[in-house]
Ligand binder design. Structure first.
Ligand SMILES: NC(=O)c1ccc[n+]([C@@H]2O[C@H](COP(=O)([O-])OP(=O)(O)OC[C@H]3O[C@@H](n4cnc5c(N)ncnc54)[C@H](OP(=O)(O)O)[C@@H]3O)[C@@H](O)[C@H]2O)c1
Length: 245
């Protein structure tokens, strides 16, 4: 059965790989991102290769005033909405200095700036009594580490919000999935030191498409990160605070 799927942050390599799988199986897509001209290229490719119905629009987490207009555009172009995949994110520069404007930007693009748009989708799904919201968090959101705790706080906050939303919408028949990747080889991680067990974006895209179909509420990708993070969370704080992670 073909579905109507909105992808926020569709310029992400992981989201693009998921979009290809969804388009191949006949879903209608709305690709949204803050560089819509770039997305037009992906949309043309999907239309030509898969014969898919694909629309494109501007989504900027830093411009919540634009979200109601985008939501109306999505409903008009797709004729409804069944699923939303939230892939927008921003790692930010290496946070040596703790102040300045960057922390608010990181929080907005990974968490707070997503809520107006995802909230509109949630209200819509609740009214229609079905729908899927899949948000990409991160293993970085499972424990605060000195190397990236602003990003981690944003991802952790988003995961907690999704958890509450899942609880709120459960009785309405709406699924809410939190997808937590480890390291994936994308623009975000390009050239970063200290990466290990790096996964391919195509594999992440396939896992995203599967998670939209069904399965657990919280998905670690690859699955072994569930064990790694359980071990990391189990380290007592008095030991953890002295570790260089
Ligand atoms: N790569 C990893 O190792 C890793 C690990 C854990 C979690 N994640 C998460 O996975 C998701 C996809 O990331 P990725 O690795 O594929 O990196 P990416 O290519 O940098 O994707 C991030 C996406 O966020 C979009 N974005 C940036 N600023 C935005 C804004 N102001 N408003 C709306 N969208 C904005 C980007 O748009 P443009 O393309 O137009 O810049 C891009 O489409 C993100 O949520 C990321 O935090 C990634």
């Amino acid at each position: 059965m073909s579905r109507s799927v909105l992808i926020l942050g569709a310029g992400s390599a992981m989201a693009g790989a998921a979009a290809r799988i969804l388009a191949e199986r006949g879903d209608a897509l709305f690709l949204a991102g803050h560089e819509p001209l770039e997305l037009q290229r992906l949309a043309s490719d999907l239309r030509i290769r898969c014969g898919a119905k694909v629309a494109v629009g501007r989504f900027d987490a830093l411009d919540p005033a634009g979200h109601p207009g985008l939501f109306a555009q999505v409903l008009e172009q797709l004729g409804g909405l069944d699923q939303v995949l939230v892939a927008s994110g921003y790692l930010g520069p290496d946070p040596r200095a703790l102040g300045g404007e960057e922390p608010a930007r990181i929080l907005a693009i990974n968490f707070t700036g997503l809520l107006p748009m995802v909230g509109l989708c949630a209200d819509h799904f609740q009214r229609q009594g079905r729908g899927v919201i899949l948000g990409i968090g991160s293993v970085a959101g499972d424990r605060g580490r000195q190397s990236n705790f602003v990003y981690g706080a944003a991802k952790g906050g988003f995961a907690l919000w999704l958890q509450g939303l899942r609880n709120r919408l459960h009785a309405s028949g709406v699924r809410v999935v939190t997808f937590k990747p480890g390291f994936v080889d994308t623009t975000m991680t390009f050239g970063k030191p200290g990466l290990f067990l790096v996964a391919a974006p195509e594999a992440a895209g396939a896992a995203l498409a599967r998670a939209l179909d069904g399965g657990p509420d919280i998905v670690y990708f690859p699955a072994f990160w569930r064990i790694i993070m359980a071990l990391i969370r189990a380290i007592p704080e008095r030991v953890f605070k002295g570790m260089k992670l």
